[in-house]
Structure formats: C-alpha cells, structure tokens
Write a protein that binds this ligand. Structure first.
Ligand code: ARG
Ligand code: ZN
Length: 447
C-alpha cells in the first residue's frame, strides 16, 4: 500500500531540556584486546565484571573495545580490571556529546543541505522524504510498512520500482536509536540516487528499497530524553524498563548468544522473537518480496566495519562466504577511494562478540545472498554516536559508494538487464567502478 505521508506540522522546541538524562561521572572504558588473554577476558566481560557493560563500539585499528561505564560502577570496574591484570584507560566523556542541540525545526523545506549538515528529527526526515517523493514522483514511492510501538509510521522508500521483477537491494538504518549518522546516510542515499542522472542505468536494472528510520520512537527519545538510548520504546508487562534491542529480536537463533533476557539490559532480546512491532513490520515487508532481494545492509555506528554473517555465534560461515568477503572488500575499496577512510571487512561473530537475533543473520537466513551490517564512522576519536555534524557529509559520500558497489554486483549477478560488457567478476566490476569514480573526482565530463 502506498501512501502520501501526512504533512507534519512544524514542532518548535527551544532551549535545553531539563529532563535530558545526566551522564556526569560516566566514563568510557577502553581496553586493548591485542593480547589473547585480554581478549578472552573481554569475551566474558559480563561474567568477569558481574554485569554486562554497555558496549559502544570498537577501534579495530588499535584493537580497542569501548564500553560506557556508569559513575557508580567506575571504581568497581577499575578494581576488577586491576586484579585481573588488564591494562585499560578510563576516559572522560566529551560533555559536548550530551548537550542537547535541539535546533528549532526550520519552518520551511528540509533540503539535502540539512541532511548533509545536521541531525534531523523524525518529522524532518519524513518531510524530506515527502518532498523528494513529490519532486520525483516516477522514481520514488513511499510505502508504509507498519507502525512503531508509539504509533509512528514506519516508511520504506521504493526507488526505481517499475512493477517489474528486477532484483532488489534493501537498506535499513537506525535500528539502534543513538546511532544518529545512519539516518543521514539513508536519506543522502535516497536523494543522491534519484537526483543524479548517472545512476539511471543502475536503477533500471536494480531496485532499491530504503527504510531510513527503523526505530523512530527510540530515535526521538534519544534526541529529547537520553542521548545514549539504543532500544525501542515498548513496554513489557511487569516491566521496570522500557524497550528491547530490536537487533536481538529477529527470529533466527533468537535469544541464544550475546543477548540478555532481562528487560533493563541494553541487549534485551524482547519477550519473544518479533515482539517489537518494528521488527514485525520489517520482517513482514522483507518476506513479501524476499525472493527478489539480493542485497541487504543494516546501517549502524560506530567502528568502520563491514560485517558479514553468521553473527549469532563464532567461527560459523555461510557456504558462499567467499562471495560475501569479496563484495565486502570491494565495498571497502570504494569507501577508501573517497577519502582514504579504512573500513575493516570481518565476520560479525568473530569480531568482538557474537549476537543472535540480528537483522543481518535473519536476512541471510531468508536467502538474501549479500547481507551485511555496516558500522559507520567514527573510529578514531571519542565522539562515538555523536559524530560531529561537520563530518556527516563525508560519511554519507563514503557509504553511498559502498552501496553502489553492492548494487552493481547485484546487477551483474542477478539482473536480466545487463549493460555494457558481460564482466561479472567482482574485481572487474569494482575496478571499473573505481576507474569511473576517479574520473568523476577529476571532474571530467565523461559519462
Ligand atoms: N553492533 C551490532 C549489534 O550489536 C552488530 C551486529 C552484527 N551482527 C550480528 N549478527 N552479530 O547489533
Ligand atoms: Zn547498532
């Protein structure tokens, strides 16, 4: 069912909310896990500490894991690490991160300039999509796929849907509320691919479906109440805490490893598979056309990683893992060509931790060949989920290139509408792509 989104009234919020959750005294624990003994400690950090600290992300270049430690646990954690002979850093959190910069929503159109330069509210995101749908009515259709727990509309953007059965690449963003950069990347993708004629050919052969905000309740909560909010906002019976980790709620090895069954945990897997209406909506929407979906990417942050299945456990891979690695590497190469940014291609379970019930594994289990999670920037500073707004555009441009590589690969493997040569190997495709990109960067007018 297609719908015209409501034109949303402009919400004015001014000043800094007094209720914004205070994180004074919280620290970022940084542990270098190069040493196998430390790695083992980290892999069982919940048992070692007696609680599961909130994992933020990792710096794979330095082999450092980052955890968020609440102020009342800092001393205990230090003692525990010291008695286990683990070297670590306790870093102060940059207080800027917790400053609510809730700008007034601008009374007027949201443009690509906004997407490139600031984090938007959910309403602004929807306004932006509406305006694109109006501007490109033949190319862009907005499809409501369900409602969030609090009743916000979950929308898919269908690009290049001409009623044919061409292969689909599916991108979704922001299942974790605090990973703000992912939303901008999804919106940038929608805008760029429809507004630039260079992508016509690709869209003729491959359809794109983008769900730019898979957790609008959590996102709004992270914008207005708690910057570090990760989960959905659902309420469970007898619940002391709200929300489940929607990326532990998918029905594949649900509830097994790297999850918690207690409601207050950041990695609470929910009361049952698909207990979260957001996950129910996404799985239903994907299943309706799963035989056509050949590529899937869940956009997350942070860590600059391209993760491939399986992720529910360690050292377990799909039989076509070499294809996933090959395309993953081509995506990383395309990112690197933009501004030399390094993304690591790694199995999601063998990275720092397995996590069951995630969307990438589920998508792969449904037969979607190229299924990934991308952890976007940053890696090299401590801004984490609050990547400074002046870096939004670069991350968008990089991720766009990676997604384009996946679409090209899907075209070459699955589309009946091939263009140009019959080159089908990934390396041929990506080197062709890289060549084109270099030409584009040089500003040559060649098609
Ligand atoms: N940071 C993501 C999460 O914790 C990574 C998920 C990777 N996929 C996986 N199946 N483990 O949800
Ligand atoms: Zn995430």
């Amino acid at each position: 069912m297609l719908l015209q989104l409501l034109s949303l009234s402009v919400v004015f919020i001014s000043g800094i909310s007094a209720e914004y959750k205070n994180y004074d005294g919280f620290k970022i624990l940084e542990v270098n896990f190069q040493n196998p003994r430390v790695r083992k400690y980290i892999q069982e950090i919940d048992k070692n500490l007696g609680f599961m600290p909130d994992f933020l992300g990792e710096n794979w270049k330095q082999k450092q894991a980052h955890y968020f430690i609440d102020k009342d646990s800092v001393e205990n954690v230090k003692t525990n690490l010291a008695s286990n002979n683990i070297t670590y850093q306790m870093r102060d959190v940059n207080p800027q991160i917790f400053k609510v910069r809730r700008r007034r929503d601008i009374n007027g159109a949201i443009t690509i300039n906004d997407v490139n330069n600031r984090y938007l509210s959910y309403d602004e995101q929807m306004q932006f999509l509406n305006s694109i749908a109006q501007q490109y009515p033949n190319d862009v259709k907005l499809q409501k796929i369900g409602n969030s727990y609090e009743g916000r509309s979950l929308n898919a953007v269908r690009i290049g849907d001409d009623g044919s059965s061409k292969p689909i690449v599916w991108i979704d963003a922001g299942v974790h509320a605090r990973e703000w950069i992912s939303y901008n990347v999804a919106l940038y993708l929608v805008y760029t691919i429809v507004s630039q004629p260079a992508y016509r050919d690709l869209l003729n052969a491959v359809q794109l479906v983008v769900v730019p905000n898979t957790n609008p309740d959590g996102y709004e909560y992270s914008r207005t109440n708690d910057r570090m909010w990760r989960k959905t906002r659902s309420r469970f019976s007898n619940g002391r805490c709200s929300g489940a980790d929607a990326n532990r709620n998918y029905p594949f090895f649900w509830g097994t490893q790297g999850v918690s069954h207690s409601q207050c945990s950041e990695i609470y897997c929910g009361s049952r598979p698909q207990s979260e209406p957001e996950v129910m909506a996404l799985t239903n929407a994907i299943q309706r056309e799963e035989t056509r979906i050949k590529g899937y990417i869940a956009l997350h942050s942070y860590g600059q990683e391209i993760l491939y299945p399986w992720g529910h456990t360690m050292r377990t891979y799909p039989s076509d893992v070499q294809d996933l690695i090959q395309v993953g590497k081509a995506m990383a190469a395309a990112i690197r060509a933009v501004n030399n940014t390094d993304y690591n291609v790694v199995n999601s379970g063998d990275g720092l931790y397995p996590a069951a019930g995630a969307s990438d594994d589920w998508a792969k289990s449904r037969g979607i060949k190229y299924s990934y999670t991308i952890e976007l920037s940053p890696i090299d500073d401590y801004t984490g989920f609050s990547l400074p707004e002046d870096r939004i555009n670069q991350v968008c441009r990089e991720a766009f290139q990676a997604i384009q590589v996946l679409m090209i690969e899907v075209r070459s493997k699955f589309s009946i509408r091939q263009t140009t040569s019959s080159a089908s190997s990934t390396s041929a495709q990506s080197s062709l792509l890289l060549k084109r990109m270099r030409t584009a960067v040089r500003g040559s007018g060649r098609g």
